[in-house]
Design a binder for this molecule. Structure first.
Ligand SMILES: C[S@@+](CC[C@H](N)C(=O)[O-])C[C@H]1O[C@@H](n2cnc3c(N)ncnc32)[C@H](O)[C@@H]1O
Length: 201
């Protein structure tokens, strides 16, 4: 998944986009569960694989649901039990930002007008939204304990009653910080889909 050739390869569908996304059934459940007018936010979108999949699920449903992605577009840096900088090559490809590749992928998948991208730090982005104004927030930014705690605390108040707060990489071996942060900050959360966590607020 590294190298300019991989990033420059043509894209026309979310499955063409580099990434680790593997929980589409959860997105389908969300789109089936929430009504028209809902507002979904994914925090941490990398090159748009999961974001474009969600946009496709929404489009195929014919539902009126807002889809917004938040990312610094500068990567997470080295992290995880193996301290790997997984986004580094994509950031380097764009001379310090993944924004070009991300936007290109959203356009190429046909979602230029239906998906919104906010290039921002997670916490600063959360501060832009009124409390209880979002239907579903999915967290997949930095995966260390303190970052996940901060993301949960920033975004939880933004989700309306009955909405969902969820996150990726609920895996105690690969991402112990995620599991510990969810345990401490949202003890009502449960394992969901493939390596996801979720709580209904
Ligand atoms: C694991 S990737 C997201 C993968 C994506 N959800 C997918 O499945 O295709 C994590 C992303 O979080 C972003 N990120 C890291 N820290 C962030 C922060 N504080 N605010 C916003 N985005 C951040 C990184 O730039 C990176 O693109």
């Amino acid at each position: 998944m590294t190298g300019s050739a991989t990033f420059d390869a043509p894209v026309s569908h979310w499955q063409d986009i580099p990434g680790w996304f593997q929980w589409r059934d959860g997105q389908s459940e969300a789109v089936a569960h929430f009504p028209d007018g809902s507002r979904f936010v994914e925090v941490g979108v990398y090159l748009g694989k999961s974001l474009c999949s969600l946009a496709e699920v929404v489009a195929d449903s014919g539902r009126d649901i807002t889809v917004l992605g938040v990312d610094t577009c500068r990567g997470s840096g080295p992290e995880g039990v193996r301290d790997i900088d997984a986004h580094g090559p994509a950031v380097e490809h764009g001379a310090g930002t993944m924004a070009g590749l991300l936007h290109r992928n959203v356009i190429a998948c046909g979602f230029a007008d239906s998906v919104q991208i906010l290039i921002s730090d997670s916490l600063r982005a959360a501060a832009l939204f009124p409390d209880a104004s979002l239907t579903w927030v999915h967290l997949d930014a930095r995966h260390d304990y303190d970052s996940v705690i901060a993301d949960i605390e920033a975004w939880r108040p933004k989700v309306a009653a009955g909405g969902w707060l969820s996150g990726d990489d609920y895996d105690e071996y690969a991402w112990p910080g995620v599991v510990a942060a969810v345990r401490d900050a949202v003890p009502d959360a449960a394992r969901w889909s493939t390596n996801q966590w979720r709580v209904t607020l």
